[in-house]
Design a protein. Structure first.
Length: 270
């Protein structure tokens, strides 16, 4: 791993809840001081978007940062949600009220609109139980054209089944949400996620010519190749640990009660 210190990206504004940090020209990170995920403002020549929006309770503080950057909520054309977890999507309903378009991968959109609270981790956060409407269902290969930014949608499952990463190839900007974080930190594998999918997604990211990593939590990183190599190694280690744990269990004795429950339920249709 590189021995040099990470670049200090300029902090443009700070309040009690969040900081506005310049990642690149017309690209800003809104980093929250609590458990909310980072939000990213991209001010394009044709349209302006937010990637993730943090928690609903942080919305007034986020508005301060957006206004300081010259892009109050009424100037946001679209909100893109990286996946369904509430720390990333909690404030999205505020944009529904403004008729800003809200977009997410189709699997995340389905969970969010059906209000799958287990998948959204609602009980982990003391947030308003307000529905979020998804206007645009995204898929692998979609292109979000902002004029001077062209964001490629990559389907990168692992953390959950519905994660997407946005890559701006010309500028080398990777908006990786919880799939990759600075220092190779893993975002964890939740309910619908998979370690094997996680590894495959990281391998895809490894092949990109990324210059700046803009992740779901933590600082900005200008050493993304180091970050992804560490994350891949850690993911393989987690996969090996999981295999050892599975081997230590009597898999058949744990599996049989589940199958019996299925059989019992199926009898109700007889």
């Amino acid at each position: 791993m590189s021995e040099r210190k990470p670049t200090a990206f300029p902090i443009l504004m700070k309040n009690d809840i969040c900081s506005l940090i310049q990642a690149a020209d017309d690209v800003y990170q809104i980093r929250f001081s609590n458990r909310a995920a980072n939000a990213y403002l991209i001010r394009g020549s044709a349209r302006t978007i937010l990637i993730d929006v943090g928690l609903s309770s942080n919305y007034p503080a986020m508005v301060e940062c957006l206004t300081f950057a010259g892009c109050p909520p009424e100037k946001i054309d679209m909100v893109v949600l990286s996946h369904e977890h509430l720390d990333h999507i909690g404030a999205a309903w505020h944009f529904n009220e403004r008729r800003t378009y809200v977009a997410a991968h189709r699997l995340a959109a389905n969970k969010i609109m059906l209000r799958d609270d287990f998948s959204m981790l609602r009980k982990m956060f003391n947030e308003p139980d307000v529905p979020v409407n998804i206007d645009i269902w995204l898929e692998e290969g979609n292109l979000i054209d902002l004029g001077n930014f062209r964001l490629n949608v990559m389907y990168t499952p692992g953390h959950t089944s519905a994660c997407i990463t946005l890559f701006e190839q010309d500028k080398g900007l990777l908006f990786a949400a919880d799939t990759l974080m600075p220092g190779g930190v893993m975002g964890g594998v939740f309910g619908s996620g998979s370690i094997a999918d996680y590894i495959q997604s990281l391998e895809r990211i490894k092949g990109l010519n990324t210059k700046i990593l803009l992740s779901g939590h933590g600082r900005l990183s200008d050493t993304p190749q180091d970050d992804v190599r560490i994350a891949i190694a850690r993911s393989h280690g987690l996969l090996e640990d999981t295999a050892q744990l599975f081997d230590a269990l009597d898999a058949r004795s744990n599996f049989e009660p589940i199958m019996q429950s299925v059989r019992d339920l199926n009898k109700l249709d007889d």
